[in-house]
Design a protein around this ligand. Structure first.
Ligand SMILES: NC(=O)c1ccc[n+]([C@@H]2O[C@H](COP(=O)([O-])OP(=O)(O)OC[C@H]3O[C@@H](n4cnc5c(N)ncnc54)[C@H](O)[C@@H]3O)[C@@H](O)[C@H]2O)c1
Length: 306
């Protein structure tokens, strides 16, 4: 395997796991971080650490953006991304070779080709896909087992408009194993990672809401949830329920979602998530029926003339 030159911009949990995993695989890795404390910690681990990205004299490199994306209220705070992308743009401007910039943080869909691309192009004078490669490659690791998860991923997602960039990343990451999926649109990869986290959060909130009800009626949720984890098709069939644009129907799901809301109300437990499940389904029924109506109207004039 050929050794690659790697820069990690933002060397916290994900950046360190990424950089140390790539180091262990034989690549030449430099960590960048603006926090003096973080720089000292990584130096103590024997790493090459810098506070600024400098590509002078460097060969073609991968620049991983593993910057923080916290939230303020109901919004992502992407200030670290603006600052990090600015530093990447300035560094690219001084380098004659073509580097590959990889967004590995979890970002709202559109960030790689929006904020990141715009800021880098502005500060480098280069165009993505021509002067530098640009990709989304979200990280799926768990904080508790970050290093292990990086080295043994169960899923790797790579997205770029430019096939050469996808291929370069595929070669770098394939040796780690796992299911590797590629997309042409970085927003799809970003959407995968956001959906992945929100799905996990929704599942946890679902069982917490059921736990509140079970506790109220004196039942132990653990054996119940463990049984449903094996009985519900939503748990055991990965294809079940994932086709958007199709509300649930039939007899059982509408009856038991609405009926259970009344049962919980009677024992004094509020179930906002279950209420939202019903509301989303009612909304989808309306969306779908409007779309069917619109499609029927388009067909009818032609049918009249026939
Ligand atoms: N922690 C996880 O388990 C996990 C898992 C998957 C994905 N993610 C995502 O990865 C991203 C990074 O998360 P994290 O947990 O590693 O964050 P973190 O806070 O541990 O690390 C971010 C690092 O970036 C540094 N930094 C901030 N601004 C900088 C700049 N302009 N230039 C250079 N360095 C800068 C900070 O000092 C910090 O050390 C987030 O989008 C997060 O959602 C996190």
């Amino acid at each position: 395997m050929q050794s690659s030159r790697i820069f990690i911009v933002g060397s916290g949990v994900v950046g360190t796991a990424t950089g140390e995993g790539l180091l262990a695989a034989g690549h030449d890795v430099t960590f960048i971080d603006t926090s003096a404390a973080r720089v000292r910690e990584l130096e103590a681990r024997g790493h090459d650490v810098r506070t600024e990205l400098d590509l002078t004299g460097e060969p073609e490199s991968f620049i991983f953006l593993t910057l923080p994306t916290p939230h303020t209220g109901y919004e992502y705070d992407l200030r670290a991304f603006t600052a990090g992308s600015t530093s990447v743009g300035k560094a690219l401007a001084t380098s004659p070779v073509q580097h590959t910039v990889v967004v590995r943080s979890t970002v709202p869909p559109g960030t790689t080709e929006g904020l990141v691309r715009t800021v880098i192009e502005e500060h480098s004078g280069l165009v993505a896909g021509e002067g530098f490669g640009l990709a989304s490659n979200p990280e799926f690791l768990r904080a508790v087992s970050a290093a292990e998860d990086f080295r043994n991923p169960w899923m790797t997602v790579i997205a770029s408009r430019d096939a050469k960039t996808v291929q370069r990343l595929r070669e770098l990451l394939t040796p780690f194993g796992g299911d590797l999926r590629t997309f042409a649109n970085p927003a799809e990869a970003e959407f995968v990672k956001c959906s992945h986290n929100i799905f996990n959060a929704a599942k946890i909130s679902f069982w917490n809401e059921m736990w509140l009800v079970a506790r109220e009626v004196g039942l132990d949720l653990d054996p119940i949830a463990a049984t449903v984890a094996k009985s519900a098709e939503g748990s055991i069939n990965p294809q079940y329920g994932i086709r958007g644009g199709a509300p649930y129907g039939g007899v059982c799901l509408p009856k038991d979602t609405c009926g259970f809301l009344g049962y919980a109300k009677e024992i004094g437990v509020d179930m906002p998530l279950l209420r939202a499940v019903v509301e989303v389904n009612e909304h989808l029924e309306k969306v779908v029926s409007h779309e069917v109506e619109a499609a029927t109207k388009q067909v009818v004039p032609g049918a009249d003339r026939a």
